[in-house]
Design a protein around this ligand. Structure first.
Ligand code: HEC
Length: 459
């Protein structure tokens, strides 16, 4: 049942009961009454786990693919956890991701002892929005990211090697076979999909080790292939306007998930150059996860190491890079945003906090806590039209708007359980865009036999 309906239902029943019994006491709702009607979400389940290093490692290891806890990713007994965690380790290994660092037996014991299903979800005030869902692509696909360009929303299938466009007016879908260099039936590993200022759609392919550009006008692909094998080419360096950063030589930059270097691509010649970053010695290189990056107004590149738990900066002029630890252990800095004042907004996957970092003074100037306990924010994107920051409530089936001046949050709830999101895009008319990006896609409880792009229009 939709939580809103449940809430109305509860209220009606109470009013009826009270009037039937002739009770004259004022009808007062405690927080508890209201919350009983809320669906239990992943964030509620995570909030009930005991704090500490193990919990942070569980979030860092389990939530990069799908929500954990409800609606489906939980178990009860030790044997059930053992069986599932063994399978999860195999999936993690087969994709060469190195996400789950805890030993499977330690993990299973801890989850069996500590993970309990809360009786009800926590009630939270949400803002109103008109939400439209656009089904596109095969249900068995995995759609990591989405972007909007040329009147279309774009998603790419990690396993199926297809690019889908969705007309944002009509919802009609077109598909294009992506010319990745992999054996038939093997995943190209479509990961990030974003645009440069000219509207070109760019994608990284973590398994094919390629970067591919698609022209939405001519429908032509251009394939770039000179990247290091096994490096997991991952994430485009973004700018404050939420475009792919283009440096003075019009080069674009990428991170590599499994290696500690940044890569520059010259889109004209296809030439590739790698820039080493400092070794984060407490982890093997593959486990550091140099993940997301943004460029400041001087062209310096600021990046996060999610498992390495560090923030770094590469100066492309000198090629020198330095790093610093995040404010606490294992917070898991993920997809950061930068604003026009060169301030970084860094989501902490494992704590539900946001580190605010001024690149000019090189100091942390704030640490904000998301209003929904247990949430794990995957990404922050800055709306180029309004300056607002949008945060994925990846564990709460929500999107947050953050006003950078007042530092106040507004919560928008998405209409599905298991609505796991990784990115937010924007159009000039004020619409906010995302997609259900769970791996597996089927963990998001939708009625569609497809992937789903979502448009949120705040009221
Ligand atoms: C690399 C991606 C990945 C990671 C990391 C991952 N999972 Fe999964 N998970 C999957 C996939 C894919 C499925 C569906 C296939 C399956 O069940 O084998 C799944 C399914 C599950 C299910 C079964 C859901 C059902 O249908 O009943 C549970 C429970 C689960 N995961 C828990 C976890 C836990 C706990 C962790 C962390 C230790 C974890 N997952 C980490 C990819 C992942």
């Amino acid at each position: 049942m939709h939580p809103g309906f449940a809430r109305i239902g509860l209220r009606l029943t109470l009013v009826l009961l009270l009037s039937l019994s002739g009770c004259s006491r004022a009808l007062v709702y405690s927080e508890d009454d209201r919350s009983r009607s809320e669906a239990v979400r992943s964030a509620d389940w995570i909030a009930s786990l005991p704090e500490g290093e193990t919990k942070r490692q569980v979030i860092l290891g389990c939530t990069p693919c799908h929500q954990i806890g409800p609606p489906v990713a939980y178990r009860k007994t030790l044997d059930e956890w053992r069986e599932v965690n063994k399978r999860m380790k195999l999936i993690d290994d087969s994709l060469d991701l190195n996400l789950i660092r805890l030993d499977a037996e330690v993990l299973s014991q801890w989850l069996a002892a500590n993970a309990k299903m809360p009786k009800h979800g926590r009630y939270i005030e949400t803002a109103k929005a008109d939400i439209r869902e656009y089904p596109a692509g095969a249900k068995v696909g995995f759609y990591h990211d989405m972007t909007v360009s040329a009147g279309k929303a774009w998603i790419a299938d990690y396993f199926g090697n297809k690019l889908y466009s969705v007309d944002i007016e009509t919802g009609s879908v077109d598909s294009f076979d992506i010319p990745v260099s992999v054996e038939p039936g093997k995943p190209g590993g479509a990961h990030q999909i974003d645009i440069t200022r000219d509207g070109m759609v760019w994608m990284t392919f973590t398994k094919a080790e390629q970067v591919i550009r698609f022209d939405p006008g001519t429908k032509e692909f251009r394939v770039y292939s000179d990247f290091q094998k096994g490096a997991n080419i991952q994430y485009f360096v973004m700018d404050a306007e939420r475009y792919i950063h283009e440096d003075v030589g019009v080069g674009i930059w990428m991170t590599n998930f499994s290696r500690e270097f940044l890569t520059r691509l010259d889109p004209k010649t296809g030439a590739v150059q790698n820039f080493a970053t400092p070794r984060t010695a407490h982890l093997p290189e593959k486990g550091v996860h140099l993940y997301a990056a943004v460029a400041d107004s001087q062209g310096n590149i600021w990046y996060t190491e999610t498992h390495g738990n560090r923030l770094g900066m590469l100066d492309p002029k000198t090629g020198a890079a330095w790093e610093q630890d995040m404010p606490e252990d294992s917070v898991g800095p993920k997809r950061l945003a930068i604003d026009l004042n060169d301030v970084l907004w860094i989501p902490e996957l494992a704590t539900g906090k946001i580190t605010v970092y001024d690149t000019k003074t090189r100091k942390i100037t704030g640490r904000l806590t998301l209003p929904i306990a247990g949430d794990f924010p995957y990404g922050i994107r800055r709306n180029r039209y309004t300056g607002d920051l949008w945060i994925t409530g990846s564990g709460s089936d929500a999107l947050y708007r953050l006003d950078p001046k007042t530092r106040k949050f507004t919560i928008y709830r998405l209409p599905r359980r298991g609505a796991y999101t990784r990115t937010v895009s924007f159009t000039e008319n004020g619409d906010i865009w995302t997609n259900y990006a769970s791996f597996p896609n089927a963990h998001t409880q939708t009625p569609y036999d497809a992937g789903v792009v979502v448009r949120l229009r705040p009221r």
